[in-house]
Design a protein around this ligand. Structure first.
Ligand code: ADP
Ligand code: MG
Length: 690
């Protein structure tokens, strides 16, 4: 079978140990890896401008031969490399600074593909620090096509060398490649077969062919990713057949009145989705996403009351005591008015109260419980646990979540998060959960104003802060994570707090950082809330979701060190009261380039989802995606940002396929089944089909 594709690359003709090491740096270990190492883009030589026509100001890619190369040390100790590049139409000089390594690359006669902006010096066009790469000699005589693929490369490995290896691998192993898409799919999308597609991405006749072929390979990956998710989704629904919780409206109707507000349209929509899941006998497995303040807690309570109306108990687990207390404290009066028995169970619950709560949960007399990890301890038993809600679930391990689920018989499951998860991710790594989104905030909420302020105006910021403090408001200073080092982190936070304390001698300044225990951090947050502190200096550990209506100003130090999604989380700590809140980004320098663009985007965008998408766009999905960690196949060709539309199609096709033929047993699906079996050989527990 296709096991030959697992052949190590060393066995491909012309690949020695050194080359194999270079390939390993690109994560290429096997023939399969090599074949599916697909170019990022393609350039058409015939479409690139002749060098003789270049004008200053143009952004171009040209193909040229090195005529002469040189270099020298300049008076300011900078080292400069230069070369003359030419094609049939003319010549241009190119300069690089501080790149002594270029000496070996820029040999006369070498063919280069050079990209950059054409600059001018004494009126003559030239390149300054352009990107370049060596390419195979072009032209009819060499038999090389006019289209040049651009690969993600590693030092010492040229496109040329890579393509030679791919050529050998394709010639020797290409025939062994099994087709992985059905005839029907290939025809439907007009995709080439897998072998032709690989030929076309590595050795394209035209850019159009290459793009089409790449699309086929990307679709293939996404389809199988989504198939795994579709199968998991189906398995969950089948295994977790629970009792239906249809609700009666007895409590939820009164609850609506007691909230004292109208639900937003988004809340209504999400409540309908959740209630439908709960009423069905399929288990609910749903992710509720909504920005800070979008009203998730109210939705969760509504769902919990549906469970109670249906004769069951419900539990909400929060990652910290302060959050659990906040959920509980905000609502238990009104729940009491409804006649619902509600308790709080955390690590610091006193023994008598704890014993009483445990007894009530076991007998069924206590209907709702809010808590922390304390809920999953062995002594906690429920009479009829119908619904489990987990807040900020990424803070819990899979095991902890399972432990709470196991306290009932297939309870319905709802996870909430205020961390905006871009749509592309909910379609991939969270793709086996159903997703509800609160994309609308309750009316009358004032948006936080964000200002980028240069360091030179720090004094004015302090003056402004003094004014706000004078009105009884509270202020956060946030310091960045420093090179992943908690120690330095703490040092910078301590230093900032000393400086802040010196600046505001009459104010009470608190400090929280990663070296403190969770309870100490909670206590500091509480002090700020109660007005026992005026200013809290913190690293990024300040808790998501904590309500401190007094907090109206946040100063972020070195904001360029934060990701957009993280800045958004931080900004969500303020503006929870009715006074206009201000977030100040202290800019060490004039914001410029990509950093400036990023922070300015942050300054004018309050939508967490847009920010998260932008973050992925700018920093890549890498760390956010982590497919392998979720037991999902890696994506080699597909790029979930660029291939968003393809992803949606693959998802729709995969879910349809599984609905039609859950065991993938129909004759037309044999190829799909075989491909899944092969890709998941030895990891079948991830699929559990049929
Ligand atoms: P989240 O958990 O998403 O951060 P909460 O559920 O805590 O948001 O809601 C934030 C605040 O808004 C709470 O004070 C809540 O009572 C209030 N709230 C929720 N929904 C509405 C609504 N539809 N109209 C007005 N206020 C609302
Ligand atoms: Mg909340």
């Amino acid at each position: 079978m296709a096991a030959v594709l697992d052949t190590k690359v060393q066995f491909v003709k012309g690949i020695g140990p050194a080359r194999a090491r270079q390939l390993a740096r690109l994560d290429i270990a096997t023939v399969r890896d090599l074949l599916f190492h697909v170019p990022r883009r393609w350039l058409d030589r015939s479409a690139s401008p002749p060098i003789g026509d270049l004008k200053p100001g143009q952004e171009v890619t040209v193909f040229a031969r090195v005529l002469a190369a040189g270099g020298r040390r300049m008076r300011n100790f900078r080292q400069m490399s230069s070369c003359v590049l030419a094609d049939d139409s003319g010549a241009i000089e190119a300069f690089w600074f501080n790149r002594p390594d270029l000496k070996d690359l820029l040999r006369p006669g070498t063919e280069l593909m050079v990209s950059g902006k054409v600059t001018a010096w004494r009126g003559r066009p030239r390149f300054t620090n352009p990107q370049f790469e060596t390419v195979e000699p072009g032209g009819e005589a060499s038999g090389v096509h006019a289209v040049v693929p651009v690969y993600p490369l590693t030092e010492g490995l040229s496109t040329w060398a890579l393509r030679r290896a791919v050529r050998d691998a394709l010639d020797r192993f290409g025939r062994e490649l099994p087709e992985t898409l059905t005839r029907e799919t290939l025809d439907h999308y007009g995709f080439p077969g897998v072998r032709d597609a690989l030929e076309a991405v590595h050795f394209p006749k035209s850019v159009k062919d290459a793009l089409r072929a790449r699309e086929r390979l990307a679709y293939d990956e996404l389809l199988y990713l989504e198939l795994v998710l579709a199968l998991r989704h189906r398995r969950h629904a089948e295994l977790h057949r629970g009792r239906p919780l249809p609700g009666t409206g007895r409590l939820t109707g009164r609850f609506r009145e007691l909230t004292g507000f109208e639900f937003t349209r988004a809340q209504e929509r999400v409540i309908t989705e959740i209630a439908a899941d709960m009423a069905s006998e399929r288990g609910m497995n749903r992710l509720l996403q909504g920005d800070v303040g979008s009203g998730k807690t109210v939705v969760a309570l509504y769902a919990m009351l549906v469970a109670v109306e249906s004769g069951c108990q419900a539990a909400l687990m929060a990652p910290t005591e302060i959050l659990a207390r906040q959920h509980f404290g905000g609502w238990h009066d009104r729940l009491r008015e409804l006649g619902v028995e509600t308790r709080l169970l955390t690590g610091s619950t006193r023994p008598t109260a704890r014993a009483e709560t445990l007894a009530g949960l076991e007998s069924g007399q206590v209907q709702l419980v809010f808590g922390t990890h304390a809920l999953i301890e062995a002594g906690v038993r429920f009479d009829q646990l119908g619904l489990v809600v987990v807040d900020e679930q990424h803070r819990f391990g899979v095991m902890q979540r399972a432990a709470l689920m196991n306290k009932g018989e297939n309870p319905d499951f709802l996870v909430m998060t205020a961390t905006p998860i871009p749509r592309t991710l909910t379609l991939t790594v969270y793709g086996d959960l159903d997703v509800s989104v609160l994309d609308e905030k309750p009316p009358g909420r004032k948006e936080v104003v964000t200002r980028l302020v240069p360091e030179s105006r720090r004094d004015r910021v302090y003056g402004y802060i003094e004014e706000r403090l004078g009105r009884g408001e509270a202020v956060f200073f946030v310091c960045p994570l420093i090179e992943q080092s908690e120690k330095l982190d703490v040092a910078s936070a301590v230093e900032t707090s000393e400086r802040v304390a010196a600046t505001f001698p009459r104010r009470r300044v608190g400090l929280v950082h990663g070296r403190m225990r969770a309870e100490e951090r909670d206590a500091a947050m509480d002090s700020l809330r109660r007005g026992e502190l005026d200013i809290l200096v913190s690293t990024t550990v300040i808790e998501v979701g904590v309500d401190i209506p007094r907090a109206t100003v946040m100063v972020v130090e070195q904001p360029e060190r934060f990701g957009l999604a993280q800045l958004h989380q931080l900004r969500g700590r303020i503006g929870r009261g009715d006074r206009r809140a201000v977030c100040v980004l202290m800019m060490p320098r004039e914001p410029e380039g990509e950093t400036g663009e990023r922070l300015q985007f942050f300054g004018r965008t309050t939508d967490g989802f847009l920010l998260a998408e932008k973050d992925i766009e700018l920093r890549g999905p890498g760390e956010l995606l982590g497919t392998r960690q979720h037991g999902l196949p890696d994506l080699r060709v597909a790029d979930i940002v660029r291939d968003g539309e393809l992803l949606r199609r693959a998802r729709r096709d995969a879910f349809r396929l599984v609905e039609l033929d859950p065991g993938l047993v129909l004759p037309g699906h044999r190829r799909v089944r075989a491909t899944l079996d092969e890709r998941y050989h030895g990891r079948e527990e991830l699929l559990k089909v049929g």
